[in-house]
Design a binder for this molecule. Structure first.
Ligand SMILES: Cc1ncc(CN)c(N)n1
Length: 223
């Protein structure tokens, strides 16, 4: 009998090379192995602060679409709102962390990979983009960080003490549960989507993975 798998599971298997590339990037491995170049970490910190600020309007637009959606999306609002609240904390955390590392957030200029990723986020806010496509992208964005940083918290990792808090922020168990909730929403939406929407959602999933790899590459360069 053919195994019944969800659409997100199918894509994770089909695009496993790219997914592993995004979640096991050398930047993440260098944190895990304890040999991260701190200038790379500082670059990531400043650039991600800019990214997170641009991510908030996308989450807000997904939230609006959940509110407008059908009955079976009424619970989605709580999940997305939880994500929004976490972003509020995240912005405050970036400010605190930046001052700890002597990174001046007001002087940071967005680098090319970051600009392109933020432009992609903006494209997902276009009214023509279906809720299903946006929620798939949203799940993938959150899942890559969750899985990447959880990898730095596994037994036997040499993650430096001063980066433990960063890894906990995205890699903790609660964050894993939140990503699972987003994934369930994505799969429920995909189940009832047309082939055209499914294809667009798969493309959005792939774009997220590519942008995430570029984002790590940019940070790894440390400039
Ligand atoms: C680039 C990036 N991707 C994902 C996340 C998780 N919110 C983030 N903070 N930054």
């Amino acid at each position: 009998m053919e195994e019944k798998i969800t659409m997100t599971e199918r894509w994770l298997r089909k695009h496993s090379l790219l997914y592993v590339g995004a979640t096991r990037h050398p930047f993440i491995r260098s944190i895990r192995d304890g040999n991260i170049d701190l200038s790379s970490f500082k670059t990531w910190l400043g650039q991600d602060y800019i990214f997170v600020r641009a991510f908030v309007p996308l989450v807000s637009s997904v939230l609006t679409n959940a509110w407008k959606g059908s009955d079976d999306s009424s619970n989605d609002m709580e999940v997305i709102l939880g994500g929004m609240a976490a972003l509020n904390d995240e912005i405050a955390w970036f400010k605190k962390e930046a001052s700890k590392w002597d990174v001046h957030l007001s002087n940071i200029v967005s680098q090319k990979a970051n600009q392109e990723y933020c432009r992609f986020l903006e494209s997902l806010m276009n009214p023509e983009v279906k809720y299903t496509v946006a929620i798939v992208a949203f799940w993938a964005i959150e899942a890559v960080y969750q899985e990447s940083f959880a990898h730095c918290l596994e037994d036997g990792c040499k993650t430096p003490a001063e980066l433990q808090e960063t890894c906990q922020r995205w890699g903790n168990e609660g964050s894993g549960l939140y990503c699972n909730s987003l994934r369930k929403i994505a799969d429920r939406q995909l189940q009832k989507a047309s082939d055209d929407v499914k294809t667009k959602a798969e493309v959005a999933f792939l774009r997220v993975l590519e942008h995430e790899v570029d984002f790590w590459n940019m940070s790894y360069g440390g400039t």
